[in-house]
Design a protein around this ligand. Sequence first.
Ligand code: ADP
Ligand code: MG
Length: 695
Amino acid sequence: MKVTELTQLKGVGPGTAARLAKLGLHSVEDLLFHFPLRYQDKTRIAPIGGLAPGQTALIEGRVEAAQIAYTGRRVLVVRVSDMSGQLQLRFFHFSMAQQAGFKPGQRLCAYGEVRAARAALEIIHPEYRLLADAQQTPTDAHYTPVYPATEGLHQRSLRKLTQAAVEWFARPGNGLEELLPAECAEQLADGAAAISVQQAIALLHRPPAGTDLEALTEGRHPARKRLVFEELLANILSLKRLRAKHRRHKAEVLACEGRLFAQLVQNLPFTLTGAQDKVIGEILADLRTAEPMMRLVQGDVGSGKTLVAVAALLQAIEGGFQAALMAPTEILAEQHYNNLREWIEPLGVRVCTVSARHKARARQAVLRQIRQGQAQLVTGTHALFQEAVEFSSLALIVVDEQHRFGVHQRLLLKEKGARGGCQPHQLIMTATPIPRSLAMTMYADLDYSVIDALPPGRKQIRTVALPERRRDEVIARLHESCRDGVQAYWVCPLIEESESLQCRAAEESHRYLSGVMPGFKLGLIHGNLGGDEKESVMRAFKAGEINVLVATTVVEVGVDVPNATLMIIDNAERLGLAQLHQLRGRVGRGERQSTCVLIYAPPLSEKAARRIGVMRKSGDGFEIAAEDMRLRGPGEILGTRQAGQIHFRVADLSQDAAQIRRVLQTADGFLERHPQRADKLIERWLGRFSRYAEV
Ligand code: ADP
Ligand code: MG
């Protein structure tokens, strides 16, 4: 795409251009797509009598009086009135000259946020201007944009620069190309089709007086819808293109009859659920083709994702290839290793694990087995692909419990696994259900399956919330339950990021609980323990030798001890919904009634109270995820803000979700019908970031 040098703009020399480049603004196009966060209204004068606290307004009036007050510190208070009422302006920093300007009777205008002070309304440190008697109050023809704070660049400069960019594009011959084909008009709702991309952009930068600002910031305005549509489309298309590219690679055709898995299923004490069956069918259909599978499986906690993964793994192994299963934590990787050995070794399959607890010698031996192909199924954490693990014939990678597995990681994996022109199939299983529309947007490079039912006989986990002053009652209950043979988790999260502080909290709880529960066996597990220790504690808990497992959030995902039926989460107010749901999902895995106790420290913030309310009300991961999205926004949930995966310029998935369905419809087949437009759209919205450029 044509990129316009910043120096084309009037008043921008090489110096300014260099400074802008440091802020990530490299071209006139970058400026044009740098959108305001919100707006100020200086288009009209608000009568003082009609102001309400919280409102940001431009007022005009005359000075009644100005005086210095001493309320702990020196403050200049200026009383101003118009025909309708009175308010005060308050300054903590002011010069003599400023003070002298506020003579009684002086006309002025002021702009700022109105607050309720003790006696009257007030504005603290307004922007203001003194006016001559005959002078008209300067009002703007446009709302004033407020841009995302950019260090080293003032709002005033940004306004000038974006204005110049808008004007540059308004010149004949410079206009932005219309990239949405005519067929989109139908998909673009509510008049959005009537606005050109250029008009829409200009309107976002400088909404004319009278524009419905609320509609604009909340996404209901046609101009915004127009741009959001285009941006979402560009994002989805870029992922789809990625996938199309991926399809052109070859993968091993895994078309064997499924003898091993059938044998395994026969030995299980239960039968597959319909939902598991359906998803396994979708996966096997992928594996039978020569295109690399890229499939995401979502399933609520406890829906039986592991078994679905095993069906895929065995398909690869039966075909004579190696398969790998990756987990996000050591504990989970070990658990998989142990379970899989139990399930699969009787079928004559060699399972091995790459683990941090291995000493150098053992490790070398494992690596050799993997390299030479004796190891058929390999488990481990992501270290599997960061280190010198070489496979001899890897045909499938399953990534377990990893909803934060961004497109970059997926790509990296693919490269590491590539071998002799063939790429491994990939199956990604997410721990946290996300709403379907969001999943389809974020994972448009993947096919998508949902395990939409739990195994039969599962009872809803009873969830209660208690303030911390009742902790002793909880402990008494725990005591009683343990006497009845119940196994329990006691999780101590801390708000501190620091792993070692978390561990200390768990250690202290362990000490305390051990003291008050003599005669019972309490285990302790946290991130600072060595691999061997973790492994033996988990083993003992699973074997029923430990009554209470005191833990940090290391047991958050995947841990499966069906006999444990009591989950106590201390300081539950500190955790997000997804985490709470995951932790609670450690119980309720068998047929017995399970209980989850959330201990919290009052007073609860509004959001924490809502989280705990949702947990008590709902056990459905999809419902909880939807609520989580409302509370936190999709960026936080996907954890991709850090990974830089979502960087929308105008779209905000929590409020623009309504458009996604239409965008997905448009995206369907778009690459084939309009390859050039697709290229340009991707370039326009993502290109300058070159997000996936390295691919
Ligand atoms: P997820 O990973 O989806 O949270 P798991 O794969 O750990 O769930 O399975 C949860 C528990 O349910 C495990 O103990 C597993 O053995 C059991 N399970 C899996 N599938 C079934 C089924 N079809 N019927 C009964 N129990 C099942
Ligand atoms: Mg799991």
